[in-house]
Design a protein. Structure first.
Length: 214
C-alpha cells in the first residue's frame, strides 16, 4: 500500500523524521525490500552498481549498532554549533525543533524497528575530488530514492552519519569488509505517527540559483 501523493508532494514532503517515528510498530521486510528495489533504479557511475544496503532489524544487533552511533555523536566536534552563515538560513524555531529531534533520536535510536546502512564498494580515503564525486554520486542518489520510496509507503527516515566516526567498529558489528566497502550513512526507518508532512521553509531561490556564472 502506498500513500496517495503526487510526485511534487512526495519530493517536497519527504522530511527527516525524528519525533514522529513509531517505535512500537514493526516494519515488514517486504516494504523494505520494495524500497531497495526502487533505490537501485537510481543512476550510478559507469553503471557499476557498487551499492549495498545493510538492513538491521535484529534487536541485539540494533542495540550494538546504536551504541556505536551514540559514541560517534558524543565525539567532540561532531555536534559542533551551526555556523552563523547557516543559522541565517533557518529560523530559530525550526532549529529548536531540529535540536529537540536530535536529542529524541539519541535517546531512542535503539528502539527504531529498522536501521539501514547504505554502503558502496571502494573507499575515498585520501582520494581526489574527482574520485570522491564518482563514488558518492554512485550511492547517494540511490539512498535518496530509498527514502522517497519509504515516504510513499508511510515510512519515515532520517539521514544521520554518527556511525562514520567509528566506521571500523560499525563495520565489525555488521560484518562489513571495511577495507573494500565504505558506509555512507545510518538511516533509522519506521512507520510515521501520521502521514501529514509539509514542505519545509527554505531560503529564496534567488540565493541559490546561478545562471551562466556564479
Amino acid at each position: 500500500m502506498t500513500l496517495d501523493l503526487s510526485s511534487d508532494e512526495l519530493l517536497s514532503t519527504t522530511r527527516a523524521v525524528r519525533h514522529r517515528l513509531d517505535l512500537t510498530r514493526p516494519v515488514p521486510r517486504r516494504l523494505l525490500e520494495e524500497c531497495v528495489d526502487l533505490a537501485v533504479q537510481a543512476p550510478t557511475g559507469r553503471n557499476r552498481q557498487r551499492w549495498h544496503f545493510v538492513i538491521v532489524t535484529d534487536p541485539e544487533r540494533r542495540a550494538a549498532l546504536a551504541e556505536v552511533w551514540r559514541d560517534g555523536v558524543r565525539m567532540p566536534g561532531v555536534s559542533a554549533p551551526v555556523p552563523e552563515r547557516d543559522v541565517r538560513r533557518a529560523d530559530v524555531a525550526h532549529m529548536e525543533r531540529v535540536y529537540s529531534g536530535a536529542a529524541h533520536l539519541y535517546e531512542h535510536i535503539h528502539e527504531v524497528p529498522a536501521i539501514v546502512v547504505p554502503c558502496v564498494e571502494g573507499r575515498t580515503d585520501d582520494a581526489s575530488v574527482l574520485q570522491q564525486a564518482g563514488t558518492w554520486g554512485s550511492i547517494l542518489p540511490a539512498v535518496w530514492s530509498f527514502m522517497l520510496a519509504a515516504r510513499a509507503r508511510g515510512l519515515g527516515s532520517c539521514w544521520t552519519t554518527g556511525n562514520l566516526v567509528h566506521e571500523k567498529e560499525s563495520a565489525r558489528v555488521l560484518g562489513i569488509p571495511y577495507d573494500d566497502v565504505m558506509q555512507a550513512a545510518f538511516i533509522p526507518v519506521a512507520f510515521t505517527l501520521g502521514t501529514d508532512f509539509r514542505a519545509a521553509r527554505r531560503i529564496p531561490r534567488e540565493e541559490v540559483l546561478h545562471w551562466d556564472t556564479w
